[in-house]
Design a protein around this ligand. Structure first.
Ligand code: C5P
Length: 413
């Protein structure tokens, strides 16, 4: 197998290390060869034997042991791999990477490598939120290190918040994408050059919202989140500090994007407000227009009567951010998913919501826009209408990120 399809996985010391065993299995199933380095901390959570058995290779642990390394030094370990993955990446190893320390095998390999690196942070929420960790992360990102996660949820320490390591499936997808990216120089995910949005903060909404009627039922729509996720990924690739507020989707988190998952429109709005100020906002979510006025805590029972559903309007996130008096983001982009006369409707919506650009797309039956891989869009702004040909949602994301960067870099205000 070529070096391009080999992962060197560094398992450092966190409870999430148990997930790295599934990751090894997933990668093997996907035809990606894997070799592991286990740090002393990692060895407190998983055993050398499990990693060796699942990877089908030696596990490397000691910087100075010739026998342990089976004759392979830290330089060779990196040379033999196409990608280095640190999962879990503890606050400690992240700090060491930032500082350029090399006092054990894992950190020596990370300092010596010229290969792309992906890290999957996992730690307690307070360690994650600590200025030191956030500053270390920002430096690593600026150096071109790819970051996936962490996710929000229950933590082993009994707390709730950001800090859970991304799931093995999401990591596997990210690794496959990185291999694809490094094979295709134009879309290389880890590519640091041409990062035209470095220093800018971008906020993206994506996916549908779920509006509860009772604990089991909700109002939803057919949005898959693919377009919004692709836009967030492209903005992050261009160097923007990108936060995505996503409704419920089956997609994995894009690399380099901080993701907050929400359910309803009200939750999405609150999460957006918490992320301000931002330079760029792209509202790609298909936010439900209405929610139930009185969602019930108990499941609504069938009792021979058809219940009447009383609805109330949801906050319009795009409109509200566009018309905010203070802290208005410099560039706000909305989507007009319409059926028939899409451009006219987008023009009308641009004027009503007061955003800067409106992206019109046709979601009529048969267009496969919702859930499909491709999209055909028209960019409507005060200068006119730009018609883009049909292309993949990823390409639309990249072209949009380019257009945003060119706009911000030529219109300084
Ligand atoms: O009014 P309509 O839903 O068609 O507007 C679409 C645009 O407005 C999208 O950019 C969508 O993300 C945004 N929107 C919003 N909050 C709502 C409704 C729509 O941000 N409640």
């Amino acid at each position: 197998m070529s070096v391009d399809k080999r992962v060197l996985l560094i398992v450092s010391g966190g409870i999430a290390a148990y997930k790295s065993l599934d990751l090894v299995r997933n990668l093997k199933n996907a035809g990606i060869a894997i070799r592991c380095i286990l740090t002393p901390g990692g060895a407190q959570f998983v055993t050398t034997l499990s990693l060796a058995t699942l990877s089908g290779d030696n596990v490397y642990e000691d910087l100075f042991s010739v026998t342990d390394q089976g004759g392979i030094g830290h330089i060779e370990l990196s040379r033999d791999a196409g990608l280095l993955v640190v999962a879990p990446a503890t606050a400690d190893i992240i700090a060491k990477m930032r500082a350029g320390m090399a006092d054990d095998l894992a950190t020596a390999v990370l300092l010596a490598t010229d290969k792309p690196v992906l890290i999957a942070p996992a730690m307690n929420i307070r360690m994650w939120e600590h200025e030191a960790t956030q500053e270390n992360l920002a430096v690593l990102k600026a150096r071109g290190v790819n970051v996936i996660g962490p996710e929000e949820g229950d933590m082993a320490c009994g707390e709730y918040g950001m800090g859970r390591m991304s799931e093995p499936d999401a990591l596997t997808n990210a690794i496959k994408n990185l291999f694809q990216g490094t094979n295709n120089r134009d879309t290389a995910i880890n590519c640091k050059r041409n990062q035209k949005l470095a220093g800018k903060k971008a906020l993206v909404t994506s996916g549908p919202t779920h509006e509860p009627l009772d604990p089991v039922r909700y109002i939803a729509n057919r949005s898959s989140g693919r377009q919004g996720h692709a836009i967030a990924a492209a903005l992050a690739q261009q160097g923007a500090d990108t936060v995505m507020i996503s409704g419920p989707t089956n997609l994995s988190n894009p690399i380099g994007v901080t993701v907050h998952r929400v359910g309803s429109a009200v939750e999405m709005f609150e999460a957006c407000k918490r992320e301000l100020p931002a330079d760029i906002v792209v509202c790609a979510a298909a936010v439900a227009d209405w929610r139930a006025l009185h969602p019930t805590d108990e499941k609504i029972k069938k009792n021979g009567m058809v219940p009447t559903l009383e609805l109330t309007e949801n906050p319009d996130i795009l409109s509200s951010l566009s018309q905010s008096k203070s802290n208005r983001p410099r560039l706000i982009v909305g989507f007009a998913a319409e059926t028939g006369s899409v451009v006219d409707k987008a023009l009308d919506k641009l004027a009503r919501k007061k955003c800067d650009w409106m992206i019109a797309n046709d979601v009529s039956v048969g267009t496969k826009t919702f859930g499909g891989a491709n999209n055909t869009v028209h960019i409507v702004d005060q200068n006119g209408i730009e018609n883009w040909p049909e292309m993949s949602k990823e390409s639309i994301g990249q072209r949009l990120a380019d257009r945003i960067a060119d706009h911000l870099n030529t219109n300084h205000d």
